[in-house]
Design a protein around this ligand. Structure first.
Ligand SMILES: Cc1cc2nc3c(=O)[nH]c(=O)nc-3n(C[C@H](O)[C@H](O)[C@H](O)COP(=O)(O)O)c2cc1C
Ligand code: SF4
Length: 448
């Protein structure tokens, strides 16, 4: 079994305190960086580790940092994305509650590398314990000279602020986050310009996830080569694949014996995660399906469980990507119609409404699922749903942000992979083919 690194301390008593963190080598990476490394060298180390962002999109972290303008007089901001609203995902919470200093050390290193002098941690509203632990750790770090003016006697100064979020999924999209941080409704911005050029308060800004920052701490502490010794190497046949390196925090929940957050090398299969870490499917039942990386990534059938959970694996079986690597297992008793109904309800509720294809597409897909569930489904609704799924999102090029892609993938995967189950359901609940031939006159009354 892989020896945890990111979660190495979480079982220790008072793991969240500075005393325990320092006892286990904490802030050694920061001391080393401030003494021996220039900002460019820290960026280079992160770049050569090939660390890819852990927030969902998997963008190379070091490369993102180099997009900041070189000669900008300042200020530069760093936003740490702790909104963690993707269903099934709770690894950021574990890090913030049990090892907040590992995250804070990574933030300080990231700010040193990018010349940011202010960092905001945008925290999911529903995480009061994370707020308490992170704030206490920030206070300890100020008192010990790791934050504030002239950190550890260097020329580098940094302030970190906790900012409690607005309790909506869209606040996790990086430009929605920035708008919300500025005190506005979290409406994602049209890009370009990207945040690195024009972010918070229209200044250059880096947005990175909590787990990404914990990885930065470990890369500076242990070296880029150590990081690259773990995970899946780049595919030589694919010049756009930077590989899937490093340890990863996998969340697993749903119908399993031991739900939890487990650390493993990137690239373990869903079946290994389920059987070796989560103790298999509960109640001696069989698995039917699983979401691989948050609900927005789509759905694996049980036959696809041997797919590696790295940045490339889920795409090979028609999913959107690795996402947050949060797996939710559905056992054989679960109705995929119910699964899709829940998924559509979530995205219709969370769409911010700016883009017509997303606002209308998510609302109509929910209306159709409501109608199917009410025994008035038509077989042709399945093709209509697929049409919505295939036409909303950044990938087909019709929306501002990726929420719509996240809404589309569960629809596409559920219907394409489980079409027989949908057809049986519709034939059983609407045996006389209600409205099969004519247009449905009204669905509005069934929408809620
Ligand atoms: C609808 C939506 C919700 C998102 N929610 C989160 C989130 O809760 N946390 C997160 O880190 N990234 C989230 N992201 C991804 C961010 O936009 C961004 O890519 C990420 O914070 C960058 O950090 P990273 O490069 O370290 O992964 C979301 C994206 C979308 C489209
Ligand atoms: S895709 Fe959806 S959530 Fe994203 S900006 Fe458009 S309407 Fe809002």
């Amino acid at each position: 079994m892989f020896q945890p690194v990111l979660l190495a301390n979480v079982e220790l008593e008072n793991s969240h305190t500075l005393a325990v963190y320092e006892r286990t080598g904490g802030y050694g990476a920061l001391r080393k960086a401030l003494k021996e490394m220039s900002a460019v060298e820290v960026t280079e180390a992160v770049k050569s580790s090939n660390l890819r962002g852990r927030g969902g999109a998997g963008f190379p972290t070091g490369l993102k940092w180099t997009f900041l303008p070189k000669d900008h007089p300042g200020p530069i901001y760093m936003c740490i994305n702790a909104d963690e609203s993707e269903p099934g995902t709770f690894n950021n919470r574990i890090l913030m509650e049990e090892d907040p200093h590992q995250v804070i050390e990574g933030i300080i290193l990231g700010c040193y590398a990018t010349r940011a002098t202010t960092a905001y941690v945008y925290l999911r509203y529903e995480y009061p314990k994370s707020l308490e632990r992170m704030q206490a750790a920030i206070d300890e770090a100020y008192a010990a000279g790791y934050l504030g003016k002239n950190i550890l006697g260097s020329n580098f100064s940094l302030d970190i602020y906790m900012h409690r979020g607005a309790a909506a999924y869209i606040c996790g999209e990086e430009t929605g986050l920035i708008e919300s941080l500025e005190g506005k409704r979290a409406w994602p911005r049209i890009k370009p310009p990207f945040p690195a050029v024009e972010g918070v308060f229209r200044k250059p800004t880096v947005v990175n996830n909590i787990e990404t920052m914990a990885c930065v701490t470990q890369i500076i502490r242990r070296g880029a080569d150590w990081f690259k010794s773990i995970g899946v190497p780049a595919d030589p046949k694919n010049p756009r694949d930077p590989g899937s390196y490093g340890p990863k925090l996998y969340c697993i929940s749903g119908h399993v014996n031991k739900p939890g957050c487990y650390e493993a090398p990137l690239g373990i299969t869903l079946r290994q995660l389920l059987n070796d870490y989560a103790g298999g499917v509960w109640k001696n039942r069989k698995a039917k399906a699983a979401i691989p990386g948050g609900i927005s990534m789509g759905l694996f059938t049980e036959a696809e469980f041997d797919t590696p959970l790295d940045f490339n694996g889920p795409g090979k079986v028609g999913c959107l990507g690795l996402g947050t690597a949060a797996v939710v297992v559905l056992d054989e008793t679960v109705s995929i119609v119910d699964f899709l109904h829940n998924s559509c309800r979530f995205f219709a509720h969370e769409s911010c409404g700016q883009c017509t294809p997303c606002r209308e597409g998510t609302a109509w897909s929910l209306s159709m699922l409501n109608r199917i569930k009410a025994g008035k489904g038509r077989l042709k609704d399945l093709d209509l749903l697929l049409e919505i799924g295939d036409t909303i999102g950044i990938i087909p090029g019709t929306t501002i942000c990726g929420l719509a892609d996240g809404a589309a993938w569960p629809i596409k995967n559920a219907i394409r992979k489980f079409r027989g189950e949908f057809e049986d359901y519709i034939k059983r609940t609407n045996p006389h083919g209600w409205m099969e031939e004519r247009a449905v006159e009204a669905v509005a009354g069934l929408a809620h």
